[in-house]
Ligand binder design. Structure first.
Ligand code: 5RP
Length: 224
């Protein structure tokens, strides 16, 4: 029986085959992404540079000697970012995601939007029939804490401030439980329109293109 850490490492290894040597690479955040970074370094796959979705991932990449570019540097170079590899907290059958358990959702959404192909890596515990069991992370401007919390309650959610956590962008995270996500694209947009919301953790407008999912039986590659 594989434990969760083994499954994360196994799926991270499977993602290496999606890396295009000599090209830029978007790199996500979290424990599965950390395995991916470590394996990328261990396998000495040479890339033009990584665009990291968090300070933590940038530090880890640099620690392995992998060059890190800002997104603006990458875009100014005129190069594409053909692949973005990142984990998820939930994956539905349409490859819509909930992300942000590590609090990096805003930069993750930015790097995903800038990339041609989003390869999501996760163990099978992340697969759900419909999104919403995992409390939805919402990054908010600190002064809007009360206002956004009130609106989220009005929408049927139970928001909880992630205590002692400040995002890389200097903001707060509300983890919102009790939400039923019937239409991920519409709900993502509705949440983003609340004044004070920076980003929410629904990745439906820009969902994964490929999900690699590990289980004791191996790694499945899912596309829609
Ligand atoms: C960070 C994320 C992560 O990808 C997500 O939380 C999954 O993390 P892990 O790989 O540690 O299970 O969205 O903001």
């Amino acid at each position: 029986m594989s434990d969760s850490n083994d499954l994360k490492r196994t799926v991270a290894r499977a993602a290496l085959s999606h890396v295009i040597p000599g090209e830029l690479l978007g790199v996500g955040t979290g424990s599965t992404a950390n395995h991916f970074i470590d394996l990328l370094a261990a396998e000495s796959i040479s890339i033009a540079g990584a665009i990291a979705s968090s300070e933590a991932s940038a530090t880890r990449l640099r620690g392995h000697g992998i060059p890190v570019l800002t997104l603006d540097e990458a875009l100014a170079s005129g190069r594409r970012i053909p692949v973005y590899v990142d984990g998820a907290d939930e994956i539905d059958p349409g490859l819509n995601l909930i992300k942000g358990g590590g609090g990096a959702l805003t930069r993750e959404k930015i790097v995903a939007a800038a990339s041609d192909c989003f390869v999501c890596i996760a163990d099978e515990s992340k697969c759900v029939d419909s999104l919403g069991r995992f409390p939805l992370p919402v990054e908010i401007i600190p002064m809007a804490l009360g206002l956004v919390s009130r609106e989220l309650v009005r929408m049927g959610g139970i928001p909880a401030l992630r205590e002692g956590f400040i995002t890389d962008n200097g903001n707060f995270i509300l983890d919102v439980s009790g939400l039923h996500v019937f239409d991920p694209v519409a709900f993502e947009s509705e949440l983003d329109h609340l004044a004070g919301v920076v980003t929410n953790g629904l990745f439906a407008r820009r969902k994964a293109d490929i999900a690699l999912v590990s289980s004791a039986d191996g790694v499945r590659s899912l596309r829609v």
